[in-house]
Design a protein around this ligand. Structure first.
Ligand SMILES: NC(=O)c1ccc[n+]([C@@H]2O[C@H](COP(=O)([O-])OP(=O)(O)OC[C@H]3O[C@@H](n4cnc5c(N)ncnc54)[C@H](OP(=O)(O)O)[C@@H]3O)[C@@H](O)[C@H]2O)c1
Length: 273
């Protein structure tokens, strides 16, 4: 089955298509609508958005207009990183639900353990409060799975200490040279799906000569090798593009990297640090 629609299975049995289309930094309106339509036309069946991206209305409209049955599209959105209260989480979810207007959400994530203007600050109690609302939303069927994003091992441990449902997924920044080994291993042990965001390092990998040289052996681009690398590591890639040809290119990753090439990629330093 093509990587695009082959699925990962989350701990609750829910299937999630193997490549998600990222929508960060795509403005609401025609840009987000057209990009989402292009992704669905190219065969993507998994769209990643967030309340903070401001584009849920256009993403939702594109899904509804696409003609693809709703139950064939997996939709992720996120509770803003700044929201750390139960009331705030209930309100944020209702807003996302209203703006997307596609029925139940497939995956709802805490966007980050801390507000973006205070990275690393301690919000353990707030995250637990928010997670309890996530558990209610999950029990009520308003979202089919729940997870977190940008959580490290300590963040996951403190959540686990005071809550019932283990996150179904953790969406983290993951690309060649930035493989988050400790968090990834922890998630594997607990059957938490690892989703890799910025698989191209937000463009930072695209001029990498070592990756280009490997790609040439397979007739593949740097972007395709970078995305394939995540799949070889059982990490679900979330590439973003607003360019239809690149959207299609990023989905065309049905090739296998040799063990030797994977070892070369494993040894590359973080070029984006
Ligand atoms: N949870 C979080 O905190 C978080 C944070 C960041 C990202 N994310 C998710 O992960 C998604 C992807 O991450 P990202 O947006 O940082 O970037 P990315 O997918 O790593 O890279 C996107 C950049 O690469 C370019 N590009 C894409 N495909 C290309 C290709 N085949 N050839 C050449 N250039 C190409 C894009 O340009 P064009 O668009 O101009 O084509 C864009 O500039 C986001 O959209 C979002 O859904 C989540």
């Amino acid at each position: 089955m093509p990587a695009l629609i082959d699925t990962f299975t989350m701990s609750n049995g829910l299937h999630i298509p193997g490549i998600g289309f990222g929508t960060w930094q795509i403005p609401d309106g025609a840009a987000a609508y057209d990009a989402t339509r292009a992704a669905l036309d190219a065969g993507y069946r998994h769209i990643d958005t967030a309340r903070a991206y401001g584009n849920e209305a256009s993403v939702g409209r594109a899904i509804k207009d696409s003609g693809v049955p709703r139950d064939e599209v997996f939709v992720t959105t996120k509770c803003p990183a700044e929201v750390k209260t139960a009331d705030g989480a209930r309100h944020a979810f209702a807003e996302s639900e209203r703006l997307l207007d596609v029925g139940p959400i497939d995956l709802y994530l805490i966007h980050a353990p801390w507000p973006w203007n205070a990275i690393g600050s301690d919000h353990r109690a707030g995250n637990i409060e928010v997670w309890k609302v996530f558990e209610e939303l999950y029990d009520a069927g308003r979202t089919r799975s729940i997870g977190v994003s940008n959580f490290d091992v300590d963040d996951l441990e403190s959540l686990a200490a005071d809550t019932d449902v283990v996150p179904h997924a953790n969406q983290i920044r993951w690309f060649i040279g930035n493989t988050q080994d400790e968090t990834t291993a922890y998630c594997r042990e607990r059957d938490i799906l690892v989703e890799g965001y910025s698989p191209l390092a937000t463009g930072g990998l695209l001029e990498n000569e070592a990756i280009r040289a490997i790609g040439e052996r397979y007739g593949k681009s740097v972007a395709q090798v970078a995305i394939r690398y995540l799949l070889e590591k059982d990490v679900l890639p979330l590439p973003k593009s607003t360019t239809p040809s690149r959207i299609a290119e990023n989905a065309d990753v049905d090739f296998t990297l040799s063990a030797e090439d994977i070892a070369t990629l494993d040894a590359l330093e973080d070029t984006d640090a």
